[in-house]
Design a protein around this ligand. Structure first.
Ligand SMILES: [Zn+2]
Length: 232
């Protein structure tokens, strides 16, 4: 029996084992994947680090698939997403491999920091109106993302769910604008009413879906301009 040749370090695949054995390599690979998926989100990550708005060291937690944002940091749960949580990713099939799944989740955690900065900006006013709408929907049992339908958020109530909804919409935009557009088309396609009911998602008119996209897009673009951050 011959052993598989051991390739150079950079060819090792990201895995929960790597998180345990080589945490630095794990984080390095995650960040370079993020950069290849979305230059914009990577530039935002650099902005946060350079301005000391986030700990440069991303913490890893091998005991869970849940990642979280702390006051000044990010903790990545490195266990693969459970099937139940994976179903809460829109177009789940595009996140089939572990690397893309974790890069997208890291992008979500970065989006938490960005959404908070945009929300507290004095010049970008319309962004916070999104929370009012999101809370309104959540109080009626529907949401603006699949992500915030996780049981742990449902327990926390409409405000917390609404916050997660908005962060996830920001994340979708930063990851790929067209990804957000496809999701909003899903929320506003009259033929998909039953599917939305099943997934506890809002019904939007085409007009409000397009308005939602405009508010997210303009808020983010204004923020980027203000901070002189350039993505692609
Ligand atoms: Zn979140």
């Amino acid at each position: 029996m011959t052993r598989e040749p051991t390739g150079p370090a950079q060819e090792e695949k990201l895995s929960p084992e790597m998180a345990m054995e080589k945490p630095e390599l794990y984080v390095e690979k995650l960040l370079s994947t993020l950069e290849s998926k979305s230059q914009l989100i990577h530039s935002l990550w650099q902005y946060l680090v350079e301005n000391d708005l986030v700990d440069k060291e991303i913490q890893l937690d091998g005991t869970t698939d849940v990642s979280r944002s702390t006051d000044h940091g990010i903790v990545m749960g490195t266990a693969p997403l459970s099937a139940e949580r994976k179903k809460l990713m829109f177009e789940e099939e595009n996140f089939a491999d572990y690397l893309t799944e974790k890069a997208y989740i890291l992008s979500h955690e970065i989006s938490h920091k960005i959404a908070a900065l945009i929300g507290s900006s004095e010049t970008i006013e319309k962004f916070n109106n999104l929370y009012t709408s999101a809370i309104y929907f959540r109080k009626r049992g529907r949401g603006l993302s699949l992500h915030a339908n996780q049981a742990s958020y449902l327990e926390k109530g409409p405000e917390e769910q609404a916050k997660e909804d908005i962060v996830e919409l920001v994340n979708m935009y930063l990851w790929d604008k067209e990804y957000l557009q496809r999701f909003l088309a899903f929320l506003s396609n009259p033929a998909l009413k039953e599917a939305r009911k099943k997934f506890k998602l809002c019904n939007l008119s085409e007009g409000s879906a397009s308005n939602l996209f405009t508010v997210i897009s303009e808020s983010i673009e204004e923020f980027l301009k203000e901070k002189k951050i350039y993505g692609d």
